[in-house]
Design a protein around this ligand. Structure first.
Ligand SMILES: Cc1cc2nc3c(=O)[nH]c(=O)nc-3n(C[C@H](O)[C@H](O)[C@H](O)COP(=O)(O)O)c2cc1C
Length: 195
C-alpha cells in the first residue's frame, strides 16, 4: 500500500474505463474498506449492492442519465478535461460511464446521517481503490437510477428493503491504459480559517 497522503493526492474521479472486470480479491479489499468506514452511532446501516451485470448497469446508467440534466459546463468551467462528466458533455448517454462494476450504497430513509454514512464509506473505498490501481467515481443522487419501472423491478429483484433508498453509486474499473491520469484543479484560496 502507498502512503496515505500519496493516495489522497493521487485519487481522481475516473470516468473512462477498460472493459475488463476488476480482480475479485481487489474488489473484496475495496469492499472491506467500505465496511470499516466510520458510521453515525456505529450503526453500520449502509448496504453495498455490487452489480457486475453489464446489461443491468447500462440500463440503470441510462435511466439515471435521462433523469439528470446538469448544466454545469461552460467554455472555461468544466468538470474535467481529461475525464469529461455528463455535466460537460450532453453526448454521454450512460451516467455510469460503462464502468464494469457499479456499487449502489443504500441506507435507511428515515435516518439523519444516511448521506454522510454513505459518503464516508465511499471515500474509504475510493482511496483503497486508488491504492490498488483501480479507478473510481462517486455518483450522487443514487435514487434517480431506479426512478422508473425497470429500476423498481431491480430493487425488488435485489431484495432491497423498502425503508432503504439508494444514496449514491460508486463506479469502479481499471483506468484506460492510454489515458493520462487527471490533473487536480488548483485548490481555491481562503477555504481554511485559522483562529
Ligand atoms: C457528492 C458528490 C456527487 C458527485 N456526483 C457525480 C456525478 O453524478 N457524476 C460524476 O461524473 N461525478 C460526480 N462526482 C465526482 C466529482 O465530479 C469530482 O469529484 C470532482 O469533479 C472533482 O474531481 P476529482 O474527484 O478528480 O478531484 C461527485 C462527487 C461528489 C463528492
Amino acid at each position: 500500500m502507498k502512503d496515505i497522503m500519496d493516495v489522497i493526492m493521487h485519487r481522481r474521479a475516473i470516468r473512462r474505463f477498460e472493459t475488463r472486470q476488476i480482480n475479485e480479491d481487489t474488489l473484496q479489499d475495496i469492499l472491506n474498506a467500505g465496511l470499516y468506514a466510520p458510521s453515525a452511532g456505529g450503526r453500520q446501516s449502509v448496504i453495498f449492492a455490487v452489480c457486475q451485470d453489464k446489461e443491468v448497469n447500462t440500463r440503470l446508467g441510462k435511466i439515471k442519465r435521462s433523469n439528470s440534466h446538469p448544466h454545469m459546463a461552460t467554455a472555461n468551467n468544466y468538470v474535467s478535461k481529461e475525464q469529461p462528466s455528463i455535466a460537460d458533455d450532453p453526448k454521454i448517454t450512460n451516467a455510469f460511464y460503462d464502468a464494469p462494476t457499479v456499487i449502489t450504497l443504500f441506507a435507511p430513509k428515515n435516518f439523519l446521517f444516511s448521506a454522510e454514512d454513505c459518503a464516508i464509506a465511499a471515500e474509504n473505498m475510493m482511496l483503497a481503490a486508488d491504492s490498488l490501481g483501480v479507478g473510481s467515481c462517486y455518483i450522487g443522487q443514487g435514487w434517480t437510477a431506479f426512478a422508473d419501472p425497470y429500476g423498481q423491478e431491480i430493487l425488488r429483484k435485489w431484495k432491497i428493503r423498502t425503508d432503504y433508498y439508494a444514496v449514491m453509486q460508486l463506479l469502479l474499473g481499471y483506468p484506460r491504459e492510454n489515458d493520462p491520469h487527471p490533473t487536480p484543479k488548483p485548490r481555491k484560496d481562503g477555504r481554511i480559517l485559522r483562529f
